[in-house]
Ligand binder design. Structure first.
Ligand code: HDE
Length: 710
């Protein structure tokens, strides 16, 4: 019987019986509706008649002590006492969604993995995005690396790519991971700061470890303050292997490139949003999926034939280095789409658990020393966070058939395995292993030689070249942001040893940058470049290279400011036009009780001026009407909406009476001098005009929205 079941499992896996919503169907087995009319019960099933009072000795005239026999109250409180599981030691703050992976082009020339060769499949998946430093309750928009962890439920087992939105890492050897994380986490004596790398210990670590330089520059760039999870790249970071039918191995790096382009916040916005809406990124993801605006990423491979491993001046197995796209181009073969929000955060996102060591046949590891260490760490951390049977939890279990007669016991085992043996081989030949032909996993037979030593190969010792190329490749605006980021961070360090020698170290990359930073943070102004910088640039490093093919305002948050006496026609025309392009439009009024237009229509705003801030929107529109002079112009908060939007380079638009109002807030000559009857004025992302507003179509705002990343 068991043999037949196992054979069936292999046959099922081979027949690719998993559909795109296969994971959803799988989790339905464990999903219950809580909004129905089913009576409330205890966890052991008895119906509860009074959920509001503990059992106690009581009468009409006195309230006596509670009784120990009250299992109903004790169950409720004790379940509550144990509601939390340990938060992830890093990447504690995050959010996830389900989706699918589609393959457009088979990669059978380099791998046998079904998920990368069978173009008829749609593989269900789960993705969790996260920050690294902060705890579970910290804010979304902090300056930090973002996690981009993907779990694909393939027909041959789960495949996890546990990546980040930055293609390199701080350290080269996994043994340094506790140090780098301790240095960035809140300091041990006072548990400060939260969600920040701007403190002595982190920058001390960076100084002590020049291998962190490259990653540190990415982290100080705009990449570390994304506008949205939907607008950032994902990178596997580590080097894996792909093995084809002939047994030939290619080294590989995995890439996810967002269709919406790569966009960031400006730092002042990011800081303010931390307080104004700490859940900004999670809400952004949830609302886009809810609106059917599914985020998508192209999936690509950088491939390096095994025999070329030594052909570069850097070691391709060093995770502090990128593989330059000029030398190893990205081959895009598939698409990742997120299209279903979780039903419940705790079981589906908090209990989601990833492992770099989860690979499927056709994919293998490399000797990347960081990956080798990660392969131990993730499995171990899941056991301490979720227990031995963590892989049985609905979000973690595979959709393909799985069975291992030896792995049965352990805390909180759910599955009931029938059968009398729990070892292999056994007299029934139950639960036999699979041959490679039957889909059994075999490791790539790599020949290894060397001496046992605590060492890395020579090429790992070079730490600055790629950091210089990264910095050289940024646009002037990105460089300016990076200089400000370094200055902010080092300004928050109060130990002169830390900020003085670190600002000096910047001269290893750029003397100009080092001078700016030293001046801002109180270092000694350096006089010479510590290391020659030849000015070499490379492709794919500046995020401005990742503007979407077609600029779009879909899912961008656009605010329309109104008060009593606003021009209804202009309001309505703009709102309708924006919504037709799938923008998320919010009416922000002087009060939420209702605002009356000049022509008498009443509109109930989504929020009032002080309830929402300009920081939470990508653009703002002000219709004309008497509301401008009677209300907005007298309201400091409304005025600040415009000034602040302008300071954050948002697209701003207004018509008629709104034009001089906008002009006054931003002091822009072109807008100020625009006269009634002039055609559109379009300057610095501010689009204004007079008349019936018919010229103010979304097409005028589109180019401004495109410039938002700046
Ligand atoms: Fe992680 N990392 N990591 N990491 N990592 C964890 O595993 C670790 C590294 C990354 O959404 C932990 O389940 C070591 C690189 C993401 O659940 C832990 C090393 C990259 C997530 C762990 C690294 C990552 C984690 C903590 C150095 C980018 C969140 C909780 C060798 C490629 C996954 C957990 C999620 C989480 C260890 C370095 C990405 C402790 C030892 C490089 C996205 O196991």
């Amino acid at each position: 019987m068991a043999t037949t079941a196992a054979a069936q499992a292999v046959a099922d896996a081979k027949s690719n019986s998993i559909s795109a919503d296969g994971k959803f169907a799988d989790m339905q087995k464990d999903t219950v509706e809580v909004n129905g009319k089913q009576h409330m019960t205890t966890d052991y099933g008895i119906k509860i008649s009074d959920p509001d009072h503990s059992l106690r000795v009581a009468s009409d005239s006195s309230t006596g002590p509670s009784l120990l026999e009250d299992q109903i109250a004790r169950e409720k409180i004790m379940r509550f006492d144990h509601e939390r599981i340990p938060e992830r030691v890093v990447h504690a703050r995050g959010t996830g969604a389900f989706g699918t992976f589609k393959l457009f082009e088979s990669a059978e020339d380099v791998t046998t993995a079904g998920v990368l060769t069978d173009t008829s499949r749609e593989t269900p998946l789960f993705v969790r995005f996260s920050t690294v430093q902060g705890s579970k309750g910290s804010a979304d928009t902090v300056r930090d690396v973002r996690g981009f962890a993907v779990k694909m439920y393939t027909a041959e087992g789960n495949w996890d790519i546990v990546g980040n939105n930055i293609p390199v890492f701080f350290i080269q050897d996994a043994i340094k991971f506790p140090d780098v994380i301790h240095s960035v986490k809140p300091e041990p004596h006072n548990e400060v700061p939260q969600g920040q790398s701007a403190h002595n210990n982190f920058w001390d670590f960076i100084y002590m470890h020049s291998e962190t330089t490259h990653m540190n520059y990415w982290q100080m760039s705009d990449r570390a303050i994304p506008r949205s999870y939907r607008m950032m790249q994902g990178f596997g970071v580590n080097t894996y292997s792909l093995v084809n039918k002939q047994g030939k191995r290619h080294f590989v790096k995995f890439h996810f490139t967002p269709d919406l382009g790569v966009h960031s916040l400006v730092w002042d916005e990011a800081l303010k949003i931390c307080g104004q809406d700490p859940d900004f990124h999670r809400k952004d993801l949830i609302s886009a999926i809810e609106a059917g605006q599914f985020p998508r990423w192209k999936f690509g491979l950088q491939l390096l034939p095994e025999e070329k491993l030594d052909d570069f001046e850097f070691d391709p197995l060093d995770a502090t280095k990128v593989w330059p796209e000029e030398l190893i181009p990205i081959r895009y073969i598939g698409q990742l789409e997120l299209n279903r929000n979780v039903d419940e955060f705790f079981p589906q996102t908090e209990q989601a658990a990833f492992c770099t060591s989860h690979i499927v046949p056709g994919i293998d590891f490399s000797n990347d020393p960081l990956l080798q260490g990660r392969n131990f760490s993730y499995f171990d951390t899941q056991i301490s966070r979720l227990g031995a049977n963590w892989e049985e939890l609905p979000v973690n279990r595979p959709v393909c058939p799985y069975m291992n007669l030896a792995n049965r016991d352990g805390a909180l085992r759910h599955r009931i395995s029938k059968g009398t043996v729990n070892y292999w081989p056994n007299r029934f030949e139950a639960n036999p292993p699979a041959t490679p032909a039957q889909g059994g996993f075999t490791s790539y037979p790599e020949k290894q030689q060397g001496i046992k030593a605590r060492a890395l190969s020579e090429k790992f010792k070079e730490h600055y070249n790629q950091a210089q190329v990264f910095y050289n490749s940024l646009s002037e605006i990105e460089k300016m942001h990076l200089a400000k980021a370094f200055s902010f961070e080092l300004d928050h360090c109060d130990d002169p040893v830390v900020y003085k020698r670190m600002s000096e170290r910047v001269a290893a990359i750029s003397l100009d940058l080092a001078k700016t930073v030293a001046k801002n943070v109180g270092g000694e102004t350096p006089t010479k470049q510590l290391r020659t910088n030849k000015g070499t640039k490379a492709k794919g490093l500046s995020q401005l290279e990742y503007m979407p093919e077609k600029p779009t305002i879909a899912t961008r948050r656009i605010a329309i400011l109104i008060a009593d006496g606003f021009d209804y026609n202009a309001y309505n025309a703009m709102k309708t036009s924006l919504e037709a392009q799938n923008a998320f439009v919010f009416t922000i009024g002087s009060q939420r009780q209702g605002v009356v237009a000049d022509s008498g229509q009443k509109v109930v705003p989504d929020n009032f001026f002080s309830g929402m801030r300009s920081t939470l929107f990508d653009a703002v529109f002000v219709p004309g009407g008497s509301h401008v002079e009677n209300n907005l112009a007298k309201n400091g908060v409304a005025k600040f909406w415009i000034t602040e939007s302008f300071a954050h380079l948002k697209a701003i638009s207004g018509v008629n009476e709104a034009v001089p109002f906008i002009a006054r807030q931003i002091g822009l000559d072109e807008v100020q001098s625009a006269k009634s009857g002039d055609s559109l004025t379009d300057s610095y992302g501010v689009v204004t005009g007079y008349g019936d507003a018919s010229g103010l179509k979304v097409s005028n705002i589109g180019p401004q929205a495109k410039g938002l990343a700046e």
